[in-house]
Design a protein around this ligand. Structure first.
Ligand code: RNT
Ligand code: ZN
Length: 425
């Protein structure tokens, strides 16, 4: 259906685009080379609605995050999740990584509690990672567990529960270390805990102190950053923690400034009109690197599939304009259970990459010249003209060089997989 939408050859279209951007002082070949070299970390949890494969004895709650929707065919086991991810990889250009959570451990049907998991439970994932040339990232899971049911984990007042979660995180960093060694590059470990209160806790102080102490204990175990790189993720509120989140922005920014951890900025974790793009140039003044959770909130932290909106454009503009691409670890964080999940992965990743490509094709020098000469209207006019510049031909060439379908062609593959694999489950 979506083959042959163009009458001109891709080479011809690319040459036109190349000449257009060259006239603005931009090198499209260099932009493609950068795209080919920039990894995006796909989150495993889009494939199964953040459920994981853990065997539970008691009922658990979701820790303030929840995928909504009932589209058929979520991956219910690790092999299926890997197959679905491979399908998405085949439709996404450029370098990919894959981001796992602790609940994706493979325990052979046995109950293995979170403070007992080890690299052996991720042996299949590591073998798969190696076979596919896709490095892994990792996350401890502080939700969907009986010991997380009352909303507190690493900041819990009960030392027994708090220590359980400290042990869990320590295990996770060792798993990440094993992954890092297996893949020959660092595994990024993101630490996010849902801890917080629904309504007006009198004591907003003690949980923060306990969270700080828990983190200190976890990070006291020194692991070579060549294998395991840590990030801490703040949040404004969640479902059930509307009034108070222990790990707020100030908390984690402060924490990360006193240690080697990266800050993780999730696009949905701030006030609804607050954007993370304006934080990059501040955070990177003080930290050598940061982690992004590229996402899309509609009215709240709803984790919709990423699309090429202004938030995405502005985010990548800031990174590219600041020459900071090598300092930014790009990970995705969204989950929509109401549409084909392989499609969701592919749309979101491709759109994040389109945001980056658009930024790389920006004639920043020219815009700066306008800005410095106080030619605000000219600057705004050029910014708007650039929105309809022939980026798509450069995008298509990037896809071609990555051996994935160009333009809308991949939708044919998605329809095929949806009808013949997903809907037949
Ligand atoms: C939750 C955080 C966190 C999770 C994943 C599953 O609000 O964004 O990053 O989405 O760890
Ligand atoms: Zn996140």
């Amino acid at each position: 259906m979506f083959q042959n939408l163009y009458t001109e050859s891709l080479e011809k279209r690319y040459d036109c685009a190349k000449a257009y951007f060259k006239a603005l002082g931009v090198d499209t070949d260099a932009a493609i080379a950068t795209m080919l070299d920039t990894a995006i970390s796909l989150h495993c949890w889009q494939g199964d609605d953040v459920k994981g494969f853990e065997v539970h004895e008691e009922s658990v709650s979701g820790g303030g995050i929840m995928a909504t929707g009932n589209y058929p065919g979520p991956a219910l086991d690790a092999n299926t999740l890997r197959k679905d991810a491979e399908k998405a990889f085949s439709l996404i250009p450029g370098k990919k990584r894959f981001n796992l959570h602790a609940i994706y451990a493979e325990t052979n049907g046995k109950v293995v509690d979170r403070d007992q998991i080890g690299p052996e439970h991720f042996a299949n994932w590591m073998a798969w990672s190696k076979a596919n040339g896709i490095p892994l990232d990792f996350n401890p899971t502080f939700f969907a567990h009986p010991k997380a049911n009352d909303g507190y984990t690493l900041s819990h007042a009960d030392d027994e529960i708090r220590n359980f979660w400290i042990r869990h995180d320590k295990r996770c960093r060792r798993i990440a270390e094993a992954m890092g060694k297996n893949q020959g590059c660092a595994c990024v470990v993101n630490h996010w805990a849902p801890d917080g209160a629904k309504d007006q806790p009198i004591d907003r102080w003690s949980p923060r102190k306990r969270l700080m102490e828990s983190l200190d204990e976890i990070f006291a175990e020194k692991i070579d950053p060549a294998y395991c790189k840590d990030a801490v993720e703040c949040k404004l509120f969640g479902i059930g923690s509307e009034d108070y989140v222990v790990g707020s922005h100030e908390f984690y920014l402060g924490y990360a400034l006193t240690g080697p951890q990266m800050v993780c900025l999730d696009m949905g974790h701030f006030h609804p009109t607050e954007n993370i793009y304006d934080k990059i140039s501040a955070v990177l003044l003080y930290k050598p690197e940061l982690l992004l959770h590229v996402s899309r909130g509609i009215r709240w932290d709803s984790d919709h599939v990423v699309i090429l909106n202004d938030d995405i454009r502005c985010l990548f503009q800031q990174i590219v304009r600041g020459g900071a691409l090598s300092k930014v670890n790009i990970a995705l964080d969204f989950f929509d259970a109401s549409i084909n999940r392989v499609g969701a992965w592919t749309i979101g990743t491709r759109c994040a990459q389109k945001g980056l490509l658009s930024a790389l094709l920006e004639p920043t020098e020219m815009l700066l010249t306008f800005e410095n000469a106080n030619d605000g209207a000219m600057k705004l006019a050029l910014l708007e003209e650039l929105k309809t510049a022939p980026v798509s031909a450069v995008w298509d060439m990037f896809c071609k060089q990555s051996n994935v379908p160009i333009g809308a062609e991949w939708i044919d593959d998605l329809i095929d997989y949806d009808r013949n694999v997903i809907k037949k489950r």
